[in-house]
Structures are given as C-alpha cells and as structure tokens.
Design a protein around this ligand. Structure first.
Ligand code: TXA
Ligand code: MG
Length: 348
C-alpha cells in the first residue's frame, strides 16, 4: 500500500521545492495527482508503460479506456502526436490552449501503448493551470492523466474530494485551489472529417466554429453504448444516492419534484433537491442545494461536482434534480447530469 506525499501548492513563488518534488516523482515513473482548470488529474509519465499501468491500477480503470496526454509547451507535441499538425489543429491550439480542449490526433510511437488503449490516435491537451504547467515542464515529459477519481465516481474539483480515496493508491497528491471550470475538457476528434465532439465541455461547438468549420456533435453519440470515445460508455460521475433528473415546463417539474420528494420521505429516505438558486424558495419543506442562478451555466458547471460530492458526504439517499437549458455550456452540464443519474430522466 502506498502512502501519498501531500504537497500544498497555491502559488509559484513560495513552492519551488515542492514543484521539483512533484516533477521528480513524474520523471521516476510515480503517480502524481495534479490540479487542472477542469478537474484534478492522476498523472504519470506518458512514455513509460509501467507508469501508465499504475494509473489504471490506482483508478481501477478499464484498460480499453484511453487516457488524455497533457503537455506544458508546443515542443512536447511532436513526442505525442505523429506527423505534421494540420492547419486546423494548429489554429485551435493557438486560440484555446492552454485550456479545456482535448484534440484527438494521430498518435506518436514514443507513447506507452496503453495510453491509447490500442487506438492509433491520442487525446492531447495543454491544461490552463500555472502550477501544473510548471510541474510538467520541470519534469520534461508529457503526462497521461485521467480525472483523479476512482473509476465510475465523481470527478474531483478539489483535492479534498479524493484525498481519502486515493492517498493509499498514489505517490504524490498536489493540493491546490478549486478547479475553475469544474467539468472535464471538451474532446474533439480531429482524426477524420467532419470533426466530432466526443465529449462536450466548457469550450462549446459554437466556440470551436469561430475557428474551424464543420464540427459535428450529437447528444446520442456522447451517450451511445458503442461510442467512438470509449470513456463515454462507462457509468460516470455517479453519486452514491439514487439520482433522478426531472425535465419539462417548470411548473410541472416543480410539482413532480414535490411528489417524488414526499414519496422518498415517506419511505424514510434522506432526500435532497438540486435546483437553480431562484427555485430554492419553491421547496420550503425539503433541503436543497443550488448550482447557481438560472442561465449562469458556467457557474452551475463549476459547482456541479462539488455539490454531488457533498451529497455523498451527507449520505443522501435520493437526489431530485431540475434539468437545465441545453445551450452553450449548458449542453456539457446536462451531459454530466444525465450520466450522474444513470440516464434516469423523468419527462413531465
Ligand atoms: O479535463 C480533462 O480532460 C481531465 C483533466 C485531468 O485533464 N481529464 C479527463 O480524463 O477527463 P478522462 O480519462 O477521465 O477522460 C478522457 C476522455 C474519455 O472519455 C476517453 O474515452 C477520451 O477522453 N479519449 C481519450 N483518448 C481518446 C482517443 N484517442 N480517442 C477517443 N477518445 C479518447
Ligand atoms: Mg473521468
């Protein structure tokens, strides 16, 4: 059993030694949990098969689910991606990197085979987090890093979400601030045209289309049982509670949530309602957690995983959640909510 070294790093000035400790651990093929702007990641040397295997072991992750490779600068790209980078890919990198966009491109032979789980492509991104950029550049190697949760559990947006679960499973945990974006990166498959969004995130289809044309996204692809992005087929982001999403006109949603909440209470189950801030007052007899004001999808997205984590901490049995508008980042927010409830959606 491992015993992780926990490093608290909140700025670049006072923590040079700790940054070197994390970088050295990565170079020595150890596992290091790193903060990013999206969610915390569980990182290891992307060139070493042994190091990458230890990520799968630590997470309990299925081997057919490929990992995203994180780089600190464009010089690292040629060790990750095979052949020339297309003009479209270069333009997207210029506009959105560092940032929450993963590009799926042809894979370099230098990478450990299991990074890509047998595919001939690799997902690569440059995270927008100064501490992690510094750690990766000090390590001098690209790192493979899935979200730092145990497989199937909620993605962590704060180190405290995973310290309990992971402290005996990884070598180093870098604890920093709360992840700013709060949802995993947008994954764009550029290995063929039309380019396809495999996982929606904070960078939306409309954002991408300001730079390149002909981007495809289908909600059903992102949750189909035989998807192109293997990760989307697994039960993801699931809180321990039985969670239901209620979708429709607000008056009907409110009525249905009341009905289901009363039913749950009748069975002596601990119920919690997740809703927009303005709607908390509509459920005076039940505990609620707000994700943020109506229409503020980015804020709601940033709060989502923390709210689900709190539900686990509070040992909630039943979560009743309002559905939100599927526009802009709202598409990614709803994608995660649908997975969190295991597609248990009640249309009213
Ligand atoms: O924001 C993020 O992307 C976070 C942080 C840590 O960077 N990472 C993350 O990794 O969410 P993970 O492993 O939890 O999700 C990776 C997703 C999965 O859905 C996986 O199937 C997909 O990206 N993916 C990775 N490589 C791929 C490839 N070559 N082809 C298709 N999908 C790929
Ligand atoms: Mg994940």
């Amino acid at each position: 059993m491992k015993q992780a070294r926990i490093l608290h790093i909140h700025d670049l000035i006072h923590h040079e030694t700790d940054i070197q400790v994390a970088a050295t651990a990565l170079r020595n093929n150890q596992t290091v949990i790193i903060p990013t702007e999206t969610v915390y990641g569980l990182a290891a040397n992307a060139f070493s098969e042994e190091a990458v295997q230890s990520i799968f072991v630590a997470k309990g992750r299925p081997q057919d689910n490929p990992l995203i490779v994180h780089i600190a600068n464009l010089d690292m790209l040629e060790t990750v991606v095979q052949g020339p980078i297309s003009n479209d890919a270069q333009r997207l990198m210029q506009v959105f990197w560092p940032g929450p966009l993963t590009l799926v491109l042809p894979k370099s032979n230098q990478l450990a085979p299991s990074v890509s789980a047998g595919l001939n492509t690799v997902g690569v991104r440059m995270p927008d987090h100064p501490i992690t950029l510094k750690i990766i550049s000090a390590a001098g190697i690209p790192v493979a890093a899935p979200s730092a949760n145990l497989s199937g559990r909620i993605s962590p947006t704060q180190a405290q979400h995973i310290i309990e679960d992971m402290k005996s499973r990884v070598d180093v945990i870098v604890s920093s601030d709360q992840s700013r974006v709060g949802l995993e990166s947008t994954v764009l498959d550029m290995s063929q045209k039309p380019y396809t969004i495999l996982r929606p995130g904070a960078i939306t289809k409309e954002d991408l289309e300001t730079v390149v044309s002909d981007i495809h996204y289908s909600e059903s692809d992102a949750s189909s049982p035989k998807p192109k992005s293997p990760g989307v087929k697994y039960g993801h982001y699931q809180p321990k509670a039985n969670m239901m999403l209620v979708q429709g006109e607000y008056a009907a949603v409110k009525e249905k949530i009341h009905e289901l909440a009363h039913q749950a209470q009748h069975k002596h189950l601990k119920v919690l309602i997740i809703c927009a801030e303005e709607h908390s007052v509509d459920y005076p007899s039940f505990p609620t957690k707000s994700l943020g004001p109506i229409g503020q999808s980015a804020l709601m997205a940033a709060n989502l995983f923390n709210v689900l984590y709190q539900c686990d901490q509070d040992q909630v049995d039943v979560i009743l959640c309002e559905a939100f508008e599927e526009k802009g980042i709202g598409i990614a927010l709803m994608n995660r909510l649908k997975k969190a409830c295991g597609q248990h959606i009640i249309h009213v």
